[in-house]
Design a protein around this ligand. Structure first.
Ligand code: FPP
Length: 260
């Protein structure tokens, strides 16, 4: 673990601490297809425009001191989309990996991928591993890309890992609690997302980070992902800053803790 890393070195802050800027932002980038269809263009044009909005969002996070950004780029269920669209998305991912990683590295971004990467082509898997290795020492922004990811699969994988430890005699089943499960899901070394944004008008979590979103503030917008700009992201942050996060406690308890 990198002790210089602002995110990792301060994981154990009191749960009720509420900073103005979310430390960890998680986003479902929805609406690429509709954005293209409204322009009578193929869906892939929307995904390309969506990739530009990803760059803008990374810039925004770097400028505003967001420490971790987790993007839902491709769900386990997205493999079921028409072959042509899946192929176009794969081409887009590979292109982004080839073009963007050096610059992200230069800017201190650590890149990680969560999800079932064995389902991707060898070329993509290789580039993912290279990007992770090249940027592993960075800590200015953790950029986590969920690709072939599903929250239920994530929890199932954690259950399998714990079951293996029980079967090997290293773990008492009675000791399996939230902490034990939480230590085995994706991004276990990062604080959970403070703020979740979903663009595109739907009000669902869609199998994204199910475990990790337990106490995350949710923010939804009708805006389609390719139309996202810094003003919209700022709106989400402003809304977040005005919320009271109680984590199951009362307002009075939160007030006492804040003044301590
Ligand atoms: C959801 O919109 C978006 C996706 C399934 C793909 C997300 C991919 C990108 C933003 C592009 C590149 C990303 C990276 C990390 C390089 P949708 O197609 O479901 O839109 P719709 O709801 O309007 O059909």
């Amino acid at each position: 673990m990198d002790s210089q890393d602002p995110v990792l070195s301060d994981q154990h802050a009191p749960v009720t601490s509420h900073q103005q800027v979310p430390r960890h932002l998680a986003i479902i980038m929805d609406g690429n297809g509709r954005w293209a269809q409204r322009r009578r263009r193929p869906r892939v044009v929307g995904h390309r425009a969506g990739a530009r909005a990803v760059n803008l969002t990374v810039d925004f996070c770097l400028q505003h001191g967001v420490e971790a950004l987790t993007l839902f780029a491709f769900s386990s269920e997205n493999w079921g989309r028409p072959e042509e669209e899946v192929g176009a998305l794969m081409k887009l991912f590979l292109g982004a990996l080839e073009r963007e990683v050096d610059e992200l590295h230069r800017r201190g971004v650590r890149i990680r991928f969560i999800g079932e990467r064995v389902r991707f082509s060898d070329a993509i898997v290789k580039r993912m591993a290279l990007a992770e290795a090249q940027t592993a020492g960075n800590g200015r922004l953790h950029l986590n890309v969920a690709a072939s990811y599903g929250g239920q699969q994530d929890i199932a994988a954690a259950a399998r890992a714990l079951a293996r430890e029980v079967a090997a005699g290293r773990l008492d089943p009675e000791h399996i609690d939230e902490k034990a499960v939480g230590a085995h899901v994706a991004l276990a070394d990062l604080p959970p997302p403070d703020l979740f944004i979903r663009t595109g008008g739907d009000h669902r979590v869609s199998n994204f980070l199910l475990w990790q979103l337990a106490y995350t503030e949710l923010w939804f917008t009708e805006t389609l992902w390719p139309d996202v700009d810094a003003g919209l992201l700022q709106q989400a942050l402003d809304d977040y800053a005005g919320r009271e996060r109680r984590f199951g406690l009362t307002s009075a308890q939160i007030a006492v803790e804040a003044s301590a």
